[in-house]
Design a protein around this ligand. Structure first.
Ligand code: ZN
Length: 283
């Protein structure tokens, strides 16, 4: 991987809630409810964590959250917070036009929604980042257009069609752009990718929904949304072992608390891992 180093910070594009049972797949509620207490509609708290990378020449956004186009009914179902990636960028003094590239792990609504926006509400959606290309795996893009998913309403054309002419399709492990590489993380979707870059302290990885919260660190803690749950176990194990062995720091996409973690092998159980929070950002 490139030795290029970035300054970076965490951006929160908005909190939301999903059904706790679905988020924890085969794990019994008596176990997961201690980790993620459900509300009176059985939903658990989640965040849409994004990363902003800068090197003095370019600004790169990893992930975009759910955006600002959902109607009142969906906002209620998913408890969408009244903010989006545009709000988070404005809070750090940036305009959407300042972003030079956007990399998304996959194209479910809570990752691709922010790629496009409507102004005024209800107007035809337009690209949110007028100067950015969008980097995604070819398999993910094709599956999204074919709506190939266990869910019928997560690959939404309002999030995809307006950026179709600015998508860069990636093939497996490669440099997405100079200084940022991607690698396949199959399980949650067939075409999901993780993103890897370096800062002055070493390597940081943003793996997407391999492990949506810190509570999903256990091998069996998959989501019911995963298309390949068995594969996800191995994707997660390889990822965590690499983090522990090579000192990679982990940024967890939907963790509602502290999403930045170092990883250690469990001292007694070789296939288990322990997480330790670090920093608030790499800046
Ligand atoms: Zn997600």
């Amino acid at each position: 991987m490139s030795q290029h180093t970035w300054r970076w910070q965490l951006l929160r594009a908005g909190s939301f809630r999903l059904d706790g049972g679905t988020m924890f797949g085969i794990i019994p509620r008596v176990l997961w409810q201690k980790l993620a207490p459900p509300d009176d509609r059985n939903r658990i708290a989640l965040q849409t964590n994004c990363l902003l990378l800068e090197d003095g020449r370019r600004r790169v956004l990893i992930e975009t959250g759910y955006g600002n186009k959902f109607d009142a009914k969906n906002r209620d179902i998913f408890a969408l917070e009244d903010r989006w990636i545009g709000t988070a960028l404005a809070e750090v003094g940036l305009d959407r036009a300042d972003i030079d590239a956007v990399i998304v792990t996959h194209l479910h609504f809570d990752h691709a929604g922010g790629l496009t926006f409507s102004d005024p509400a209800g107007a035809p959606p337009r690209p949110s980042f007028p100067n950015a290309k969008v980097y995604v795996q070819r398999v993910e893009w094709e599956d999204a257009l074919a709506n190939k998913s266990t869910m019928t309403r997560t690959y939404l054309r309002d999030h995809l069609d307006p950026v179709a002419d600015r998508v860069v399709l990636l093939e497996g492990e490669c440099d997405a752009i100079d200084g940022i590489s991607v690698f396949p993380t199959p399980g949650h979707t067939w075409g999901q990718q993780g993103v890897v870059f370096r800062d002055e302290h070493g390597t940081v990885v943003f793996p997407g929904d391999v492990m949506p919260t810190a509570s999903h660190v256990g091998a069996a803690y998959n989501m019911a949304y995963d298309v390949l749950p068995y594969d996800n176990i191995f994707t997660k194990r390889r990822l965590l072992a690499r983090c522990a062995d090579e000192g990679w720091r982990l940024a967890i996409d939907h963790e509602p608390g502290h999403p930045l973690m170092r990883v250690r092998h469990h001292p007694d159980r070789p296939d288990q891992f322990l997480l330790e929070p670090f920093g608030t950002s790499g800046v």
